[in-house]
Every structure is written in structure tokens, then in C-alpha cells.
Ligand binder design. Structure first.
Ligand code: TXE
Length: 471
């Protein structure tokens, strides 16, 4: 049993002040394997003081120095990549091959991208006689999510460091272990003390204390819509800048003439990555009505092809859901869809064969309408719904008929045609014909999906303010 009593303040691990512990459960075995002491508002005060003190120096650091630190952090994370990946497998049940690729290698790349992107930021421009400079936003409160324990926090910490900000980081209480490793990577890179501070704890205590703190200039959170709304509300009292990376219910539009089999296969791979616990997952599959039956057959075959089981096994493609709350929540969505009479194509409430322990659910495909609850609410599990459309206009209308605006996909034989359709989709990202995402391009959403962008130079710019110097 691992026990962590400490928080990371001003370059040192020091005892947290709270006297309660949060247990960390391995979702594949349902066993508690670690305990982390819950931080308090007092701990947040200490962290903010350290970040405020460090801001004087770090905000004046050169671009070259920031790039050097980010690259050295990336090197350190890459060197200890196996440890980071194992940690993520244990705390959220992410399959090891996915953890190595999507959690570790991608996050290492994110840090290097930030270093490169420093030269794409327009740090200074002339407007008449005035000089407009981009200056760091200040002390940042960064709040991480459990579905990407290391990536969700590194996208914030890396961009903030690049911008010249200092950070108080609160990882998700469900997955607090991997983010702690960031402190080691920062130290290895020679990041000055106090630039990164880490306080574990709950959203309602540590999170809200950060958001309400007068010494924090900006808050960035990845989480649920409810948490994002609450952060915005509390931040309003001190007119803080907020960046919110929230949920999604993204549509994959497969237009007539597109390769249906390839589009369904690629779309479901996107939707079921990380056991469907991905904010940009393409969870609504929109197909021409006359291809509905074929689409259901293809989706069923793809869903049943996933190797599901032990996340430590290199062959596993689908692990358990990350925690018991998420397991209950996903089963609740499936159960309500069944109660609503939505057609179940494959999957459902029964546990996957041979897995009687762990938070596993069957890859599930429904076929319904865009008015069904299963088509409107974010499930955050391996569950998709196929929805037929009658025309291209109808497909665009359905894709946009959602509270969210994070991602989307368009498939069409002609790429320019697909681009014209994509430009009418109200989301922050659209993948055309399954093109992989370039991680230097911005990620973020419209509507309830959030405010602001992460990744690349747009991600850094979220942590910058403008100062106009006249004369
Ligand atoms: O996340 P929470 P939950 C969605 C997804 C999932 C649902 C519930 O649909 O099923 O949210 O997940 C912190 N002030 N996403 O409830 O609670 C919290 O401590 C400050 C989408 O587990 O939103 C944690 O660090 N902070 C998603 C973080 O917010 C607060 C990622 C996320 O936890 C807070 C995760 C408060 N009042 C869930 N309340 C994505 N966008 O990828 C909570 N937090």
C-alpha cells in the first residue's frame, strides 16, 4: 500500500495539513492500492504564496530558457515513461499499450510542441507608435481530470510555464499519482522552485479554494460541465480569467458515397479509445437512412472485435472504466436508453464474458434518433449511437443539434466537399475522412464544451495577457 502525506510546495515535498485520506482504487481489481492525504485551503495558501514569489523571476525568464526547460521536462518524462505508463494503468485501468502511446509519448510530444511553439507566438507587435506586448497572465490554478491523469495536467502546466506563468496544480482526486511525477521532471529540468506546486485534494475544498483565491489570476480546468460552471461562477467573484475543457457529444457524419466500412471502423476506434472516456470521442454516428442497416452490422462487428480485459496485457484494447462512479454512471446511461426503448445493436448491461471483477462494460452500440437521451447526454464510456439522416442539410442540422461543441468528423468522397460541410459544424475540431489529429493544432470547444484552447501556440496564448506600451 502506497501512502502519500505530502504536497509539493516551493520545490519540496512537505506534509499536507489535512487529516483525511483519499483512497486510490485499481479499477481492474477493485482493490485499494494507495492513499493520498487530502489537502486543505491552508495548503492552497502556501502553494499560492510560493507561486506568487516565483512569478517575479519566471515571468521575466527568456523564451530560450523556457524552451530549454520544456524540452528537458519532455526528456525526463520520456526517460521515465515506463513508470508513468504503469502508474496510469494502475490508477485508471488504461491499457498499457495505449498508456505508452497516448498518455506518455503524446504528452512528451506536447511538451516539445510547446517549446517549438514559443517561436510562433507574436510576443510583441507595433500598432502606430504603440508596442503591444504579450505578458504572462500570472499565477495559474490548474485543475486536472482523471481520464488523462498526466496529459490533462501537462497541457496546462506546459503551456503556463511556456507563457511565463507559475502554477498551483490540483490533480483529480481519482487519479492523483501520475501527476506527482511532474514535480520530478520539473526538478530534473531545472525549473526554478515555486514555479510548479502540487496540492492534492477534492474539487469542492482544494479546487474551490484555488478558484476563490485572490492570489490566483487564472484557472484552467478539465472536467465535467457541472464543475466548469461552478468554477466560472466562483471565478466571477474575483473576475478571474478561466479556461474550461469540458465534455462533448460529437457527431461523425458519413455522407453518401463515403467508404462506410472504413468510416465506421475509424469512427468507433475514435469513440472507444480510453474505454470511451475521451471528451472529443465521436459518439454519434450519422449515416444516410438507406445505409442504416449496413451501418448497424458494421458497427456491431467492430464493437465485438475489441480485445477487452486486463490493462497490463499488451494485447488489451479496452480496459475497465476508471472508477466505480464512472462504472455506475455509464451503466445508468445504458439502462435508461433500454428503458427508453432505443434499439440495442450490441453490448448492453451484461458484464463482458470472463470478467467478474473490475469496472468493465461491454462495448455498446445503440441505433436511435437524436432526441433520445443516449444521443444527447455525454456517456463517457464505450457507447455510441447510430442516427440516420435524410439529406446533407439534415445531417448538418443533427450534428449541430446538441448542447456541446467540441469535435466532429465528416466523411465524403470529395475532400473539398467534406471541408465545406465541416465549416458548418459548430465545434472546435473536425476530422475529415479520418485524418489523424495534429497535436500542434488547437483543441477546445464551443457551447457547453468550454472556453479556450489547449495545445500548440494557441494553448500558450490562453495564458497570456496583452499590454500596450505607448511611447
Ligand atoms: O469529473 P469532475 P467527474 C465528464 C464526463 C464524466 C463526468 C463526471 O462526462 O462522466 O464529467 O466526471 C475538479 N471547483 N468529464 O465527476 O468532478 C475535480 O476535483 C474546482 C469530462 O469525475 O468534473 C477534478 O479535479 N474544481 C472530462 C476535476 O474537477 C472542481 C474529464 C474533474 O472532476 C470542482 C472528466 C469545483 N467545484 C470528466 N468540482 C473531459 N473534459 O475530458 C470538481 N472539480
Amino acid at each position: 500500500m502506497i501512502r502519500h502525506n505530502d504536497i509539493y510546495i516551493d520545490g519540496e515535498w512537505v506534509e499536507a495539513s489535512g487529516d483525511e485520506f483519499r483512497q486510490v482504487v485499481n479499477p481492474a481489481t477493485e482493490e485499494v492500492f494507495a492513499e493520498v492525504r487530502r489537502g486543505t485551503a491552508e495548503d492552497v495558501d502556501r502553494a499560492v504564496l510560493a507561486a506568487t514569489t516565483a512569478f517575479e523571476g519566471w515571468s521575466q525568464s527568456s523564451i530560450e530558457e523556457r524552451a530549454r526547460v520544456l524540452r528537458a521536462m519532455a526528456d525526463a518524462m520520456e526517460r521515465d515513461g515506463d513508470e508513468v505508463a504503469s502508474c496510469i494503468v494502475e490508477e485508471i485501468g488504461q491499457p498499457i499499450s495505449w498508456a505508452q502511446r497516448a498518455s506518455v509519448a503524446t504528452t512528451v510530444k506536447d511538451l516539445r510542441n510547446f517549446a517549438d511553439a514559443l517561436s510562433d507566438v507574436v510576443w510583441e507587435e507595433k500598432i502606430g507608435e504603440a508596442t503591444v506586448r504579450r505578458i504572462p497572465a500570472g499565477v495559474v490554478g490548474a485543475i486536472g481530470a482523471w481520464n488523462g491523469p498526466i496529459r490533462s495536467v501537462t497541457l496546462k502546466v506546459g503551456a503556463a510555464i511556456a507563457a511565463g506563468c507559475t502554477v498551483v496544480l490540483k490533480p483529480s482526486e481519482v487519479a492523483p499519482l501520475a501527476p506527482r511525477l511532474l514535480a520530478r521532471f520539473a526538478e530534473h529540468a531545472g525549473l526554478p522552485r515555486g514555479v510548479l506546486n502540487i496540492v492534492s485534494g477534492s474539487g469542492s475544498v482544494v479546487g474551490e479554494a484555488m478558484v476563490a483565491h485572490p492570489g490566483v489570476d487564472m484557472v484552467s480546468i478539465t472536467g465535467s460541465v457541472g464543475a466548469g460552471m461552478r468554477v466560472m461562477e466562483v471565478a466571477a467573484r474575483s473576475v478571474k480569467r478561466v479556461a474550461l475543457e469540458l465534455g462533448g457529444k460529437s457527431a461523425n457524419i458519413i455522407l453518401a458515397g463515403a467508404d462506410l466500412a472504413e468510416a465506421i471502423e475509424s469512427g468507433i476506434e475514435d469513440a472507444f479509445r480510453n474505454s470511451g472516456q475521451a471528451c472529443g470521442a465521436l459518439t454519434r454516428i450519422l449515416v444516410p437512412r438507406d445505409q442504416l442497416q449496413r451501418a448497424e452490422e458494421l458497427a456491431a462487428a467492430k464493437a465485438q472485435s475489441f480485445v477487452i480485459g486486463d490493462p497490463t496485457d499488451a494485447n488489451t484494447q479496452l480496459g475497465p472504466l476508471a472508477n466505480n462512479d464512472q462504472y455506475e454512471s455509464v451503466r445508468g446511461h445504458i439502462s435508461r436508453a433500454l428503458d427508453d426503448g432505443v434499439k440495442l445493436v450490441v453490448g448492453g448491461l451484461e458484464r463482458p464474458a470472463g470478467l467478474d471483477r473490475g469496472y468493465y462494460v461491454r462495448p455498446t452500440v445503440f441505433s436511435g434518433t437524436n432526441d433520445d437521451r443516449i444521443a444527447r447526454e455525454e456517456v463517457f464510456g464505450p457507447v455510441v449511437v447510430i442516427i440516420p439522416f435524410d439529406s446533407e442539410e439534415d445531417a448538418i442540422r443533427i450534428a449541430n443539434d446538441t448542447d456541446f461543441g467540441l469535435a466532429g468528423g465528416v466523411w465524403a468522397p470529395d475532400r473539398d466537399h467534406a471541408r465545406r460541410v465541416a465549416s458548418r459544424i459548430r465545434t472546435g475540431r473536425v476530422r475529415i475522412n479520418g485524418t489523424p489529429i495534429d497535436m500542434r493544432a488547437p483543441h477546445g470547444g464551443l457551447k457547453l464544451s468550454g472556453v479556450g484552447r489547449e495545445m500548440g501556440h494557441h494553448g500558450i496564448e490562453d495564458y497570456l495577457e496583452l499590454q500596450a506600451q505607448h511611447g
